[in-house]
Design a protein around this ligand. Sequence first.
Ligand code: NAD
Ligand code: UGA
Length: 459
Amino acid sequence: MGAGYVGGPTMAVIAKMCPKILVTVVDLSQKQIDAWNSDSLPIYEPGLEEVVKVGRGRGNLVFSTEIEKSIAEADVVFISVNTPTKTAGIGAGRAANVKNCELCARTIAKVSTSDKIVVEKSTVPVRTSDAVRSVLEHGANPGVKFQVLSNPEFLAEGTAVDDLERPSRVLLGSLQSDAGLKACQVVANVYANWVPREKILTTNLWSSELGKLVANAMLAQRVSSVNSISALCEATGANIAEISRSCGTDPRIGPKFLQASVGFGGSCFQKDILNLVYLCESYGLNECAEYWNWVVKMNDYQKSRFSLKIVRSMFNTVTGKKIALFGFAFKKDTGDTRETAAAFVARDLIEEQAKVHVYDPQVSREVMMMEFNYTLGLSEATKPGFGDYVITETDPYEAADGAHAIAVVTEWDEFKTLDYQKLYDSMSKPAFIFDGRNIIDAPKCREIGFQVYSIGKPV
Ligand code: NAD
Ligand code: UGA
């Protein structure tokens, strides 16, 4: 249930790896299902088309809106629906909204006439499985039994197919009863078709649910830690890349997730940390809540620090200036813009009345505008004329033509190999580059004549 960024790729890989299993992916959205059945998939993910084609071609991967019929026929149901941060009511702005999970459980209970294993794949607050189990048991048809498992997903966007085909681990939580452990083995056996047994970790239900939130919180914490040090580097003349390298060489620290940036984005890091913060507060663990909340605060600081740097460097005014924004997705190799730092930077520049020309190889204007509206409440309705300040471009050279500055906000590989001399020649002078991803060749660009600012590096 749920044909989104997780449900689609996850189930497509199960279908590819398990030819004898029929996988039906259902969603409420006809548009989403039609796209999964077409040549133009609803999400961009390297290698995904090939995987989907294998299952669709073989006939064991089906996308459908026939939710009730598909569930009635299934032995195992994965709930893979969105669990966004609540926008109103108790815990608004922090707690996760598990409404969609509960709705799924109600539908499953109503239409099931045979026993089923129900697997929470969505990221949920710890003990959501209790609620799911309660809804299932109270709504069950006579004689029908359910087992609830937790199987959170660890794929990252842009590398989803690889992450699913070669996962670092598969986490499976169950009740420690005989029936719970048996159900756990059924799903473990599915994964064992391609995942080595030692990578299939089994735990109790609540460790699995909480383990997912903690994994994301710890990854985000590393980014916020390194970003906080990037500010200190800029103040002192140290270089964040050298610090990440020297710290990352210690095997106890490791090299991953130490890349300083304009700030992390994506649909989950902030949502899951806020969820963790809310959980801590709910149990009266205020110091723990405050500790994790600072990971988000540091990220907000990093995003606004970048915007401020642009305005300050350009003589404290960007009013009426053209600024090229390179990238809008929250990271490379995805068209996903949810919570992208790019939107915050663009918003700050537009508040200063700059004209922001955005080029991203995978993001359409429609998606960009939806993101401004959804995350920042910015639209023609709330700020008339707003759309005139965001100009979407299909070519990076056009985006930069006549611009006073380029701001790199997504680390698309293609930005590394652009002709920076050509870009420089077409720009207003002095021409600035603000590299929010530290991917461009700063010394070479300085030689060309650019004024270059990189995150956490000496100017
Ligand atoms: P998404 O918004 O891309 O997809 C969710 C889909 O569920 C939507 O298509 C929606 O129409 C559908 N849906 C909602 N309610 C439904 C219902 N009652 N019946 C059928 N379909 C329904 O969300 P996503 O990014 O795939 O995330 C899903 C979950 O996985 C979230 O809890 C998220 O935190 C978690 N997660 C996401 C990622 C990621 O990279 N995006 C990675 C790991 C975990
Ligand atoms: C993240 C986790 O990596 C996945 O394991 C998890 O399943 C997923 O969240 C989820 O639950 O949704 P994702 O958000 O797709 O995956 O992408 P990441 O690669 O983790 O990047 C998140 C953000 O951090 C991006 O904006 C990225 O640019 C930024 N980042 C990452 C940095 O700024 N520096 C780094 O060193 C690493």
